[in-house]
Design a protein around this ligand. Structure first.
Ligand code: M6R
Length: 611
């Protein structure tokens, strides 16, 4: 949720920390702060609001030093404010801490330390960690041991960056259930919650595992487990380019990422179905006939947009492979006591690979001997590392909080998994697959066609900008895309919007339709068209304004709707990817027209690493 960056080396730390934080602001953006060791003491600056407020403070009160930690916050404990911002320190600034995650037992520790005379100034859970380390340090332990003793006491999820006034040559980093990488430089080293923060400086990183502690100096990095044994870790070389984490001339990351979709879809398809091949190459993923014979239950579990991709995956596996699949949101699944054993396949879907609920669903499945296949974007993320098998979508860093390109790539990945399973279990012939392959190869060009005509969505967004309530309706796969379209509009335009199965409207929600309610009707599944048209007529008769998203050449809407956005025709199982693009563009242009903060919408964070 929040972003952490840290530096130790020979250069001035503040500019490196600020640059790193600017790359992490998408993770949390209600306040920010840095703490810098100047060789004698720790100096700290914090500011509520966006990073520019901290930058302004820093230019008025420059701090200097070659060791530092920085943080951009998404509030969990205590409202956004200067005092609640990180870093948090012990009272005399001996210890400074930045933290992602939640310390679950902070209240009892706070009480205990308060009784010993410790004075707390913030409402955060993190401040407890600074005081607790300070407590063990003042009791005569060294910095390293004091951190270990504090870790024995705290419960919850955390990535920590820690400085001690008396150790100007040391930065300590800790990871438990929150991502943290150590960047390896020459004569300098880094920590970061996410790679873009340090990619300008190094491509070589160590991914810390849970319960590992890194002791980082200018020319040395040592990683320890909780028993204080040193851990050997392989260096991971980041392959993607820094440009992928920059806006590249676009006004927002969201529109840049929407426009990357043809290329990303093409890459996912061509990596898995080489031109000469008549099958899907799921190399490294154990979904062969003999693996599938051992499986009698499949779940697809995820959150938010990834869940919507998962719903499409469920629909397609059932449709083409004729195997029942249960789809669930991870926050519900984990508390349902789901039926899991060695005959279960759990497919988890996650862009970040760090979503706390999805990760916990995976762990529950593994504890019950189920097999876990993860569809993930972030390479080396917790979900990717803990799953049995990984289908990397490799869509590059997705910076916009609203997920777009990851969704399209996830849907393609799940389609490939569905078609592969269908072929393995003998429900899809090579001839049938050959047709699908052709369609998948044609998909990027069709997405480009929609993107080139984005003036339509822009005009419609302007026309319907004043809508107060929006309904997305559709049947079958169109209903699943309605859910995703509605979520996009809510999260970036803050418009009240609901998705309904078109046939379900008259069982209640139609009561909400009144003059000028905007209904966006997805009608791209040809065999359901007439049914959806009847539902469109029902809302029109009650005064709704209707925009239809429909297949090119379908003129059955004439006189029935206010506006139509046409998409190219494709195989009906592939069409949802196309149908979703106008919904993404519409949400973007409505948010643009309303002047919201598109890439960093209020109250949200890119990766939700708390429950
Ligand atoms: O990183 P994940 O894919 O696991 O994230 C899941 C959701 O938090 C995410 O899709 C969220 O709903 C997005 N903001 C949607 O645009």
């Amino acid at each position: 949720m929040c972003g952490i960056v840290g530096y130790i080396g020979r250069q001035q730390a503040p500019p490196i920390l600020m640059e790193g934080l600017s790359k992490l602001e998408y993770r949390g953006y209600d306040s920010a702060g840095i703490a810098v060791h100047d060789g004698h003491k720790i100096n700290m600056l914090k500011a509520e609001g966006k990073l520019k407020n901290l930058a302004a403070k820093l230019s008025e009160n420059p701090v200097e030093g070659c060791v530092g930690i920085g943080h951009t916050r998404w509030a969990t404990h205590g409202a956004p404010s200067d005092v609640n911002s990180h870093p948090h320190t012990s009272e005399d600034m001996t210890i400074a801490v930045v933290h992602n995650g939640i310390i679950e037992n902070y209240l009892s520790i706070k009480e205990e330390l308060s009784a010993k005379g410790y004075r707390f100034v913030s409402e955060t859970d993190t401040e407890t960690v600074a005081h607790l380390i300070d407590f063990y340090y003042k009791a005569g332990n060294d910095f390293f041991d004091s951190v270990f003793m504090a870790l024995d006491r705290i419960e919850g999820a955390y990535a920590l960056g820690i400085l001690c006034k008396d150790y100007p040559d040391t930065l300590i980093a800790v990871r438990k259930n929150c991502p943290l990488v150590v960047g390896i430089g020459e004569g300098e080293n880094f920590i970061a919650s996410d790679i873009p923060a340090i990619l300008h400086h190094t491509r070589d990183v160590y991914f810390l595992d849970d319960n590992e502690i890194a002791v980082i100096k200018t020319d040395d990095i040592k990683i320890f487990d909780r028993e204080k044994n040193t851990v050997e870790r392989e260096v991971f070389n980041v392959k993607w380019d820094i440009d992928a984490a920059e806006k590249g001339g676009y006004e927002h990351f969201m529109i840049k990422e929407i426009n990357e979709q043809p290329k990303i879809v093409q890459d996912v398809v061509s990596r898995r179905i080489p031109e000469s091949s008549d099958t899907i190459d799921l190399e490294g993923i154990n979904l062969r006939k003999e693996d599938l014979e051992k499986i009698n239950r499949i779940y697809v579990v995820a959150c938010g947009t990834a869940y919507h991709a998962g719903l499409i995956g469920k629909h397609l596996i059932e449709k083409v492979a004729r195997i029942p699949v249960v789809a669930d949101v991870a926050s519900e699944f984990r508390y349902k006591d789901p039926i899991l054993d060695e005959h279960t396949l759990l497919i988890v879907v996650s862009q970040s690979g760090e979503t706390a609920d999805t990760l916990e669903a995976l762990r529950i499945a593994k504890r019950n001997n189920a097999r876990v296949l993860a569809v993930v974007n972030a390479v080396g993320s917790s979900i990717a590392r803990e799953a049995d098998d990984v289908f990397y979508i490799l869509a590059g860093p997705e910076i916009s909080v609203a997920s777009t390109k990851a969704f399209s790539a996830q849907v393609v990945a799940l389609e490939l998994i569905a078609f592969h399973i269908a072929m393995e279990v003998g429900k899809m012939t090579k001839e049938e697959f050959a047709e699908i392959k052709e369609e998948l190869y044609a998909l990027p060009a069709k997405i480009s066609t929609i993107l080139q005509k984005d003036k339509i969505e822009k005009l419609l967004a302007e026309k319907y900008l004043q809508s107060k309530n929006v309904f997305f309706i559709g049947r079958g796969l169109d209903y699943l895309i309605s859910m995703e379209g509605s979520l996009k509009l809510k999260e970036i335009a803050y418009l009240h919007s609901e998705a309904y199965a078109a046939g379900e409207l008259k069982h209640g929600p139609i009561a909400m339709i009144e003059d000028s309610t905007l209904v966006i009707a997805l009608a791209t599944q040809e065999e359901l068209f007439e049914k959806t048209l009847s539902n469109i007529k029902e809302v029109k008769a009650r005064g709704a304004k209707v925009i239809a998203i429909a297949l090119e050449g379908n003129d059955g809407f004439k006189g029935e709707v206010d506006d139509v956005i046409y998409i190219p025709r494709a195989n009906k199982m592939i069409t949802p990817i196309l149908a979703n693009i106008p919904a993404q563009l519409f949400a973007y242009y409505v948010a643009y027209g309303l002047g919201t903060d598109i890439d960093q919408p209020r109250n949200l964070a890119k990766s939700v690493t708390v429950e």
